[in-house]
Design a protein. Structure first.
Lengths: 407, 407
């Protein structure tokens, strides 16, 4: 827990108060819906560079625990408000996760947090079904939007969300954290080096975990009215994203689902696979995503001159540093009794957890819009959109008996 | 080069002479086609357990260098004869690879070596086109057969070879070395442990190397009249074999090629991919094989409780020991900010190079047939046959526009 000390420090620095649980051993109830003038006043004294972006969290999902911590770790953001469907739930979430402060606002519904003029940006970990309504409303209320993945039930819905963001000049980003880890940047740097890596020829990715039988029937992620995309939307989103990342966000020529589709009794996907093909580049990619296989997070990129791979691309094994393996110029020695070299382990240290880097990046874009009249960064909506497009194609291929879907 | 000292020792032990290059700095010409009575006499004094199996090598391919070394390293075999299309070629091969001895027989054609009654077994690294003729002839001459992969141009040809082996009571084995490495056995032991690994849910494999433009047009491996199966037969053979190995040699329900097929100007496959699907087990496998991608030899087996993977499954990075990674019971820690464990590196040391283990296993089966009237081991022809069946299915799927082929 490298970030514990930093957590405290950053918390003090950006929120201007002391965390109660450091002083008291018993839970302290926080004041919610309180006047934000103190915070506002403090903020107004700061230069634009020092002013943290005020986040509101809409929906107290498990993942919001991690993101609220990241918001407070990130040097340019602060957790300002929290909303759940009931005030008690939001309240308990704040207590349980030591988020209480004299300035944190707690809302018992999603509308009010969007009406709060001091909320700059919202993080929205709601079930996918609710994204369309609440994401559009957030954009219309001029809240910059960090939306959990999968971004929408299909690209038509996502386009409506992106349209709303565009019209209202707010930043859109989906909450895929791994893009923001410095390791990802280092991998990219090495993969695009044509001498070191050459052209991308093939990619394989997996994202799986096995949460057990109860999950497979009852969890939000497998409920057709909440997260109808199941394992494809949850775990497959990362695989598709990683493949597109390796292909510089260019759409494949065709997408074809593989026949290993498993569904629960409600018809929600628990496992699936697909292949993607780029005709011009003659590049192929495959992925496997599942709720019924052991924890994996593989990404393997095969180049003409090199290979890059790691097993924890979505969530690094630990927070302090993360690594990947890279091989370039490998040959078999004389007599073919071994290799001339072993994969090189490239270690990248972190100053923040990857979700902290994500928040920092997002807040930085929001700041540029807010204070420097910059336009929203189009890279992030584009990244989400082509991921969603491929995801839709996988679904379509499954529905048409594993026929290739031309993009 | 751990095996250098051992090489000398074993050589002395089994061949009963001193290697000339250890004494003389200049090449010494060997006597070929000489009388084998000395060897025979020596052999006849030995008990059955001590009698080495006498190997003949048919075809002085590059790979024969490695196998001749392995034959002499293996404790139950000896290199007895060598044949090429010309006696000079065989001669030069023996000199270049320090194989000369007072007992090594050199033949200038393939027929004569098969007529030599003292040859127990032959290793045949001929181009695939020639397997049908020479492998059948070898079997008819009662020579046990270690045949290079791909075993045949198609399963119909292979069946004729296997039939001939069966009728003549000789052992058949294809020369896929990696099955025989103790690492492979250790992996299997861990994968079949249902508590540790669970059920196999998905598999991914790759085999690629990038030997350059000259190879892609002119090498034997891409000549339609010599090795018409190209990268599928050469590199893909291993991927298919590894996938079937993980699935306990059961045939998939369907095989579907993926669209990334590249061919050279003669129409020989340089790159391809496929997916395999086991309906009952709901298991999927994918592989990528290529002559135009960087060196890879990946095998990744995803179980319901564990994961097993390695990057050098065909040819270990080094000879002294080899490793694989194994993870079982991995979970994400609270807040999903890391994993509870990292993959375990399982290291397996070797007494022989893997091709030495292969020769040892093969010679041991031959000995059992020769001295104990055992029947040939059916596991190895079965392994080759289903590999060839899947390879044929990949080819058929490619030829039919990537349609699934039902097995």
């Amino acid at each position: 827990m490298k970030f514990q000390n930093q957590e405290r420090k950053e918390w003090r620095k950006f929120c201007g108060y002391t965390i109660c649980h450091l002083i008291f051993s018993h839970p302290i109830y926080l004041h919610y819906n309180q006047d934000s003038s103190k915070k506002k006043k403090n903020t107004s004294k700061m230069s634009n560079d020092e002013t943290p972006i005020r986040f509101g969290i809409i929906g107290c999902a498990e993942i919001a625990r991690k993101i609220s911590r990241a918001i407070n770790l990130s040097p340019n953001s602060t957790l300002y408000a929290l909303a759940s469907r009931s005030i008690e739930k939001a309240h308990n979430f704040a207590i349980k996760n030591n988020l209480f402060s004299d300035s944190l606002k707690i809302y018992g519904n999603y509308s009010e947090i969007l009406d709060d003029p001091f909320v700059d940006a919202v993080y929205m970990p709601l079930p996918t079904t609710f994204h369309l309504h609440w994401a559009i409303l957030a954009a219309e209320k001029k809240k910059h939007l960090l939306l959990e993945k999968p971004t929408a039930l299909n690209v038509e819905e996502l386009d409506k969300i992106l349209d709303a963001c565009d019209k209202n000049g707010v930043q859109f980003m989906d909450a895929s954290m791994w893009y923001h880890h410095p390791r990802t940047g280092k991998m990219k740097e090495m993969i695009v080096d044509s001498k070191l890596f050459g052209q991308v020829k093939a990619i394989h990715s997996s994202s799986s975990y096995a949460p057990g039988q109860e999950f497979l029937e009852n969890n939000i992620r497998v409920k057709p009215d909440l997260d109808a995309l199941g394992a494809l939307g949850d775990a497959g989103w990362y695989c598709i994203g990683a493949i597109l990342w390796a292909m510089n966000q260019t759409l494949p020529t065709t997408v074809t689902a593989l026949p290993n589709v498993a569904r629960n009794s409600a018809g929600v996907i628990l496992t699936c696979s697909a292949s993607l093909y780029w005709e011009k580049e003659e590049t192929v990619a495959t992925f496997y995503c599942s709720f019924i296989a052991h924890e994996t997070m593989d990404l393997r990129v095969y180049g003409s001159n090199g290979t890059c791979y790691l097993y924890d691309f979505i969530l690094p094994f630990g927070e302090d540093s993360a690594s990947f393996n890279f091989t370039s110029g490998a040959k078999f020695v004389d007599l073919h009794i071994g290799w001339n070299l072993k994969p090189q382990v490239v270690e990248v240290t972190s100053q923040l957890p990857q979700e902290g880097y994500m928040i920092q990046e997002f807040a930085s874009l929001v700041k540029a819009i807010k204070f420097s009249r910059s336009k929203p960064e189009s890279k992030w909506p584009h990244t989400s959109r082509i991921t969603q497009l491929v995801l839709d194609a996988v679904n379509k291929s499954i529905d048409t008996g594993f026929q290739p879907v031309h993009m």
